[in-house]
Design a protein around this ligand. Structure first.
Ligand SMILES: [Zn+2]
Length: 254
């Protein structure tokens, strides 16, 4: 038996050793395996920031769903494809573990965790402790003013040529800022909305009952609507980012 086991690839061996039900530690191990660290990263020109993904894109803007069940026609791709993934790796800024700041940090962390759980029901994603392993970085900070306007949350997209396990790929890289200076329900709604952008919903719904509404209503939206879900499902069926041979040829740099 020993010889047979040693012939298995390392991943298969770990799967055999992985206890069920999972114990603390094995989830972290699984996340590390699903999210290898970047060996190199290279920027492309700024692809988009919130609501502006894909200006001048070669990819067509989608026609509305004939049944009107989603808001796909309000999403915009990048010029290299839809910034979607089958599996996302997420890093969340750690808070203070003691002292007066810990309580406030905990409220922020709980709000972000609740939003992550909502998306996790629809999308495979792993939370990692090393930002080098992540495509989405979530920061506890108030976004800087833009055009003199303040906001509680912001998501910013860049496209990077990333090497992991020796393989180059074009990846979305999203910085999400969530302000800690809000009520818990409002923080959760902000996190739900901004993570929606991070996971590829670069556009806004015109229905205030959707998490991705352009203009939030009086009540914070803390749950994904049927339209949010249908739009994400449509997105996941679209062509993902594609690395062109010209992008792959340039020298990698960190
Ligand atoms: Zn938005």
């Amino acid at each position: 038996m020993r010889e047979q086991l040693s012939l298995l690839p390392a991943a298969a061996l770990l799967a055999l050793l992985d206890p069920w039900p999972w114990v603390p530690g094995s989830a972290a191990l699984a996340a590390e395996q699903a999210c290898p660290p970047a060996e190199s990263r290279r920027s492309l020109p700024p692809a988009a920031s919130e609501g502006q993904a894909g200006a001048g894109s070669a990819i067509l803007v989608p026609a509305p769903d004939p049944a009107g069940a989603d808001y796909r026609h309000r999403l915009r791709p990048t010029s290299h494809g839809w910034p979607r993934r089958q599996h996302w790796c997420l890093w969340i800024e750690p808070g203070a573990s003691e002292g007066p700041a810990a309580r406030w940090d905990q409220a922020w962390e709980d709000a972000v965790a609740a939003a992550v759980t909502s998306w996790q029901e629809l999308l495979p994603l792993s939370v990692v402790s090393d930002p080098e392993r992540a495509q989405v970085l979530v920061w506890r900070r108030r976004p800087p003013l833009r055009g003199g306007r303040a906001s509680h949350g912001r998501a910013e997209l860049k496209l990077l040529v990333v090497q992991r396990h020796g393989q180059l790929a074009l990846e979305p890289h999203v910085s999400v800022s969530i302000s800690p200076g809000q009520r818990p329900e409002a923080m959760e709604a902000t996190a739900l909305h901004e993570l929606g952008h991070a996971f590829g919903l670069w556009g806004h719904s015109d229905d205030p009952a959707d998490a991705m509404a352009a203009v939030p209503g009086a009540t914070p939206i803390r749950h994904l609507s049927q339209r949010d879900r249908a739009t994400l499902q449509w997105l996941q069926e679209q062509p993902a980012l594609m690395l062109s041979p010209a992008m792959a040829e340039q020298e990698p740099q960190r």
